[in-house]
Design a protein around this ligand. Structure first.
Ligand SMILES: Nc1nc2c(ncn2[C@@H]2O[C@H](COP(=O)(O)OP(=O)(O)OP(=O)(O)O)[C@@H](O)[C@H]2O)c(=O)[nH]1
Length: 377
């Protein structure tokens, strides 16, 4: 009798130990998840989110392999990452899928997580052959019933993810990841649309105003000149009056595209107003600026724009001014920026006065106040 009691007590004790161990394990997992979640909420961009997921989640959740799959049907995500200089093509574990069908094929229309043994048919898209896990959790990221991608966790242990495992915890995690992903994507889209001119697709004036200060600081730091071109289509009112506003819009788009083609990818081009554009050419002094402006002028003159089989002749006038960094800086970036644009605009005015379809050089801008007009051309 006493022996039976002792055995029962030992069994009970071992049950309790097991339960305690599970509670401790779960509370540790929960704490880790809270830290991971807080990290996710603090992120400011899509690139940061990708890094957090791929680099930190593996350690947080003690995984052997992880991949982050994003549905990118229109190629916007690739474009955003590229624009931010993020090397998404060589980021291990990041998968941009253009076809929603693949995710639906694996996870079904319900969007339920898949936990279990690695199956080549379903899982090879998410894990490379060299890092093939034994068990996986393929967690769909969805918002409002739409797939956005999946978070794919892998372990070399076959029993880490099993079919009947409770999924409450992972489902909570993927809803947080899904919300963060949606926020980051919305933010990236908003950031771009608010700084891009919707008609021509080049940047808008607000973008230019933000960027010019950064470019001037860079110019100062690297002791390299920065040139500003002010470009204005000639007699554009006549194009509108003759062919209509819609054709005028087509001309604006064609001209913006042609100017952009003559610039380097790190130069800035913005639509400043109606038919005016401003370009910032980094590390370009006056001589080079003149050659580039001439190249732009000729490319616009030769632009083949057709309306009802009739060619529309378009020309552009360009004014240029160049900032020369120096040791004596007595003006703020904002003051230098205003002066640079003002001088380029004045040169444009000259180009218009001197007959249009021409380039005028407005001279150098220095950051010193004591030179009258700071203009030494
Ligand atoms: N189609 C179209 N026209 C625009 C847009 N924004 C401004 N404009 C037109 O651009 C024209 C600008 O005319 P003006 O400022 O007189 O200049 P211009 O005819 O180009 O003459 P110069 O600059 O002196 O050579 C006006 O007719 C505006 O209506 C736009 O987004 N689309």
């Amino acid at each position: 009798m006493e022996e039976d009691l002792t055995t029962d007590l030992l069994v009970l004790q071992s049950h309790l130990d097991g339960m305690l161990e599970r509670v401790q394990h779960n509370s540790l997992a929960l704490r880790r998840f809270q830290v991971f979640e807080m990290g996710l909420l603090r992120l400011n961009s899509l690139a940061e989110m990708i890094e957090h997921i791929l680099n930190d989640a593996k350690a947080f959740f003690d995984l052997d392999v992880i991949s982050f799959c994003l549905l990118d049907e229109k190629g916007d995500i690739a474009k955003y990452l590229e624009e931010d200089g993020y090397d998404y093509r060589n980021t291990e574990g990041l998968i941009l899928l253009q076809d929603k069908g693949k995710l639906q094929g694996i996870l079904g229309a319900s969007g339920r997580p898949f936990l279990g043994r690695y199956q080549p048919d379903n899982c090879s898209v998410f894990f490379s052959e060299s890092q093939k896990p034994a068990s996986v959790a393929i967690l769909p990221l969805t918002r409002r019933g739409n797939y956005m991608g999946s978070l794919n966790l892998g372990s070399y242990k076959t029993d880490r993810f099993i079919i009947d495992m409770a999924t409450d915890f992972v489902e909570h995690m993927v809803s947080v990841v899904s919300i963060c992903l949606e926020n980051n994507l919305n933010f990236e889209t908003m950031r771009r649309t608010s700084l891009v001119d919707t008609l021509t697709g080049v940047n808008n004036r607000r973008f230019l105003e933000q960027r010019i200060g950064e470019e001037l600081d860079r110019s100062q730091r690297n002791d390299q000149p920065l040139t500003c071109l002010f470009l204005d289509i000639d007699y554009f009112k006549k194009v509108n009056d003759t062919y209509g506003h819609q054709v005028g819009d087509q001309v604006l788009m064609a001209v913006a595209g042609a100017i952009k083609k003559q610039l380097r990818s790190n130069d800035v081009l913005a639509r400043y107003g109606g038919e005016e554009f401003v370009a910032l050419l980094t590390n370009i002094g006056e001589d080079m600026a003149c050659a580039i402006a001439e190249r732009i002028r000729i490319s616009i003159k030769e632009l083949p724009i057709q309306f009802n089989d009739e060619g529309i002749a378009v020309t552009i006038s360009i004014g240029s001014a160049t900032y020369l960094p120096g040791r004596r800086v007595q003006m703020s970036s904002a003051e230098i920026a205003a002066k640079l644009i003002q001088n380029a605009d004045a040169a444009l005015y000259q180009a218009k006065n001197n007959g249009r379809n021409r380039v005028e050089i407005g001279g150098m801008v220095l950051a010193v106040k004591d030179l009258p007009d700071s203009k030494i051309a």
